[in-house]
Design a protein around this ligand. Structure first.
Ligand code: ADP
Ligand code: ASP
Ligand code: MG
Length: 403
């Protein structure tokens, strides 16, 4: 649609009535020259608070009901923002994910968007209304509310930009763009002017929560340029876009960390074909994502297999693994929650050798022990003890000259 902008505001941008007024002012300013679709998250920490409440009532709350509960946060935001915008004399309408035509799959709390039928959004835009859509939610094949995974409002915004063929996707947040490291942890972190999809995908995948990684996959697929910028200033932010040649000159673009990791090991599993498939197949069936995997060299026809999963999945993974170990004639299952992952990311790594050894040396020089390592073409990650996280991020940021 011509001249259409999608603006997404995260939870911190709509946390209080004052902040909602600020968003209303920004949206109405934009609406003077453009058609506007706004995507909003739940206010402040509401999603976390709702999860906590449910966990007071059940160890593993029913997932269908969790989705209904969590979706209420975003619904409050769309109604409040629409009230604020209409009070300024602009016409606007709020739409929940289902009303906006966002169709998701059956996986409660981690649903994927299957398709978007934007007819209702388009018809409201044609009536010259500002359309305010609840992020992070859709309707599934059972006609139930589904949520799209943490940070899912980014995904809603990018997917709507693609579906509506909007000219811009602006992600407004509480920082001025994407930085070389989380500015809350590294005080001399710098804002990046631009970043390739692949770098942002890796950064998001290893813990930079500023963008949800699945939103970047969609942006890459549909070539949506994302502008990450501040809700509280007019400064230019960071463009996330297709790789351009000058990006290659930067070896390391960013450092990230993830404290939501836990390490599991299953000892003495028989060394024969099909064992790994059984273990990881069972985890996949429960929708548990596995990150790093290490299998030790076999001795006595037996192996140890270690891997990491998110802390939220640990309980289920441990009980599953204990069962499997019994069935396979394996040994004990060990787990450690006190680990974190630190990573460095940059497309320049492809053409500059020695980056990994430099990373390991910086960590070693600071007395930080590496427990697991994984690499991709443009990323190196290490599992370390969680108490070393902040120090590791800071020394890597400094060591690679990012400050
Ligand atoms: P929103 O509520 O707007 O979705 P998020 O909390 O999801 O905001 O993401 C913004 C936060 O991401 C920032 O406050 C910042 O602390 C954190 N962050 C982590 N890594 C980075 C990074 N590399 N660049 C910018 N922000 C980062
Ligand atoms: N409110 C949801 C969350 O906290 C979605 C989002 O903020 O993008 O994860
Ligand atoms: Mg977010």
């Amino acid at each position: 649609m011509n001249n259409l902008v999608v603006m997404k505001f995260g939870g911190s941008s709509v946390a209080t009535p004052e902040k909602i007024k600020n968003v209303a002012a920004r949206v109405t300013q934009k609406a003077k020259k453009n058609r506007v679709v706004v995507v909003v998250s739940a206010p402040g920490d509401m999603t976390d608070d709702l999860i906590e409440k449910a966990k007071c009532l059940a160890d593993t709350p029913d997932l269908r009901e969790m989705d209904l509960l969590l979706a209420t946060g975003e619904i409050q935001s769309i109604a409040l923002l629409t009230i604020a915008i209409k009070s300024k004399g602009f016409d606007a309408i709020s739409l929940t994910g289902p009303q906006a035509g966002i169709y998701a799959d059956n996986v409660h709390t981690k649903a994927k968007i299957k398709k978007i039928r934007p007819q209702k959004i388009i018809s409201e835009l044609k009536k010259d209304k500002i359309v305010i859509v609840a992020g992070f939610q859709g309707i599934n094949p059972n006609d139930d509310i589904a949520t799209l995974g943490r940070g899912g409002s980014d995904l809603t915004a990018v997917a709507l930009t693609a579906a509506l063929k909007a000219t811009e996707c602006e992600i407004y947040t509480d920082v001025k763009g994407v930085y070389t490291a989380d500015p809350r942890v590294v005080h001399d972190a710098k804002r990046l002017d631009m970043l390739s999809y692949d770098e942002m995908l890796e950064l998001a995948g290893v813990g930079s929560q500023v963008m949800m990684s699945r939103s970047i996959e969609v942006a890459k697929k549909y070539n949506v340029v994302i502008h990450v910028r501040s809700s509280f200033s007019d400064e230019k932010g960071t463009l996330i876009m297709k790789e351009v040649p000058k990006m290659e000159n930067v070896v390391v673009s960013g450092v990230a960390f993830d404290k939501n990791e836990s390490k599991l090991s299953i000892t003495d599993v028989p060394d024969r074909p099909g064992i790994a498939a059984k273990i990881f197949g069972a985890l996949a069936k429960k929708n548990i994502n596995v990150d790093m995997i290490i299998q030790s060299a076999a001795s006595d026809k037996r192996n140890d297999i270690s891997f990491t999963v998110s802390k939220n999945d640990l309980k289920v993974a441990v009980s599953l693994l204990k069962n499997i170990s019994k069935k396979l004639g394996g040994g004990t299952v060990i787990f450690d929650e006190n680990v974190a992952k630190v990573s460095i990311v940059g497309i320049g790594m492809r053409s500059h050798p020695g980056v990994a050894s430099k990373m390991f040396k910086i960590l070693a020089d600071n007395g930080i022990n590496i427990q697991m390592i994984s690499t991709s073409e443009i990323k190196i990650s290490c599992i370390i003890s969680s108490r070393d996280t902040t120090q590791a991020v800071r020394v890597l940021h400094g060591g690679f000259g990012l400050g």
